[in-house]
Design a protein around this ligand. Structure first.
Ligand SMILES: Cc1cc2nc3c(=O)[nH]c(=O)nc-3n(C[C@H](O)[C@H](O)[C@H](O)COP(=O)(O)OP(=O)(O)OC[C@H]3O[C@@H](n4cnc5c(N)ncnc54)[C@H](O)[C@@H]3O)c2cc1C
Length: 417
């Protein structure tokens, strides 16, 4: 009966596993390499804008039920805010056209039957042509499963799948794209309400989890990087943190919730995704006009999504490898020009910050998707978590939480065995 569980990595997947196990009365120890929890989903104070910003704008949808349940379990679900209805305003920077996609409040995608709520200039048949994504096999490309051209593609499918897969959609995994469409568009407006952590990712999704763990007697150690496993009789017997070595009892368990590269170093022979894509975020210190929507979809420009926060306009650009080496000032100017057009604002470049997360997500192609391991390992008491494990979803908060829950459930099953 495992009494003690060590969670290595305090990103969302590690925190989700830790919270679940602390709630099941395990003695939980979390070990995080850096000085801050949250991993790729965190906030920090930025001197250039004099604001606390997130490393990247993170969008959740109301259908992300595991992510929402996680927020509920740490008491912060009300911190995920968004419009009451699944409405997505869009602008096309190439033509200046603006429209609003209204997915309604139903559990069914009834909006596709209503011309007024569909993407302008699209017909029902174009929506039906997306159906093959729903039963696409794992190895198929999006580009082989559905038509990647035309108005519906340009105005809805491309922005949605680019954001979800973080690759150019035609090269993406149709299996992963199908999972996204099944859990969002196909589940009706009720599952598509956009939600953001308005007060910051750390304040809503990270720090309350750390506090809750500490209140439950768990330890959360920062600057505690796992360097090596000591193995004995097919189980983890030691965790080696440089000079500091922790013995693992025969009934204790370990959840490894680190990104694929450190996981592959710690577990030689482990198959993991090996290719990654960048996401670029730009933050501008600027008071958004009152009528500006909290989230604006942008097509036909460099910017893909424009977010309005108190005192700040923020931009997300996915599949951003092409921008990683561009001079920062030049990039900030180019993005600000798009922001002015899309948001209907004007002015000189305000104080700004560009955050380029080079390995934001694994590459959601069929080839890389096939390299994702499950949660069990060759070592009896070691389980994997992380958005890159085989969750059936692309690298998202929802996938991270599911992976953390699954690893925790395997630890619980060990106790019951
Ligand atoms: C810019 C950006 C925008 C994004 N936008 C969205 C979005 O809009 N919606 C969405 O759902 N998802 C989004 N994502 C994806 C989401 O952030 C990730 O899926 C999620 O945060 C991954 O969590 P994780 O716990 O799996 O991994 P990580 O966050 O990578 O956590 C792993 C942790 O392990 C630690 N670690 C590493 N090695 C060791 C070691 N040896 N010992 C101890 N600790 C170690 C790391 O420091 C880190 O804290 C975005 C990601 C980025 C980068």
């Amino acid at each position: 009966m495992p009494q003690t569980v060590h969670i290595v990595g305090a990103g969302i997947s590690g925190l989700a596993a830790a919270v679940r196990l602390a709630n099941a009365n395990f003695k939980v120890h979390v070990h995080e390499a850096t000085q801050q929890a949250g991993g790729r989903c965190r906030s920090y104070f930025d001197a250039a804008t004099n604001l606390t910003i997130d490393n990247g704008n993170h969008l959740l949808l109301s259908g992300n039920r595991h992510a929402l349940a996680y927020a509920r379990s740490i008491g912060t679900e009300p911190g995920l805010v968004g419009p009451k209805r699944a409405q997505f305003p869009f602008v096309d920077l190439a033509t200046g056209q603006r429209w609003q996609l209204d997915l309604g409040e139903s559990r069914l995608p009834l909006w596709v039957f209503d011309r007024a709520r569909r993407v302008p200039d699209t017909g029902l048949l174009e929506y039906l042509a997306l159906m093959p994504l729903l039963w696409a096999s794992k190895g198929r490309l999006v580009g082989d499963a559905i038509p990647c051209r035309g108005t519906l593609y340009r105005r809805l499918v491309q922005p949605l799948l680019l954001a979800a897969l973080n690759v150019d959609p035609p090269e993406g995994s149709a299996g992963l794209a199908g999972a996204v469409v099944r859990e969002t568009l196909l589940a009706g407006g009720q599952a598509c309400r956009p939600l953001i952590a308005r007060d910051g990712l750390s304040a809503v999704l990270v720090e309350p989890a750390v506090r809750l763990l500490q209140e439950k007697g768990a330890s959360v150690q920062f600057g505690h990087e796992l360097r090596e496993f000591g193995v004995s009789a097919g189980s983890v017997a030691e965790l080696k943190f440089g000079g500091d070595i922790i013995g693992i009892g025969p009934d204790d368990a370990v959840v490894l919730a680190v990104p694929p590269r450190p996981a592959a170093t710690l577990l030689p022979g482990l198959k993991t995704p090996s290719k990654f894509r960048a996401i670029v975020n730009a933050h501008f210190r600027f008071d958004p006009p009152k009528d500006m929507p909290p989230i604006l979809g942008v097509v036909g420009g460099l910017v893909e999504w424009l977010f309005a926060f108190p005192q700040r306009l923020s931009v997300t650009i996915s599949n951003g490898d092409r921008l990683v080496d561009m001079p920062r000032e030049e990039l900030a100017q180019a993005i600000w020009r798009d922001v002015c057009k899309a948001g209907g604002v004007e002015g000189e470049l305000p104080p700004w910050q560009i955050v380029r997360e080079r390995r934001a997500t694994f590459e959601a192609t069929p080839e890389q998707n096939a390299l994702r391991p499950g949660a069990s390992t060759a070592l009896k008491n070691l389980f994997l978590a992380g958005d890159w494990t085989d969750t059936g979803l692309p690298a998202t908060i929802e996938g991270s939480v599911r992976s953390g829950n699954r690893a925790a459930d395997l630890v619980l099953a060990m106790r019951q065995a």
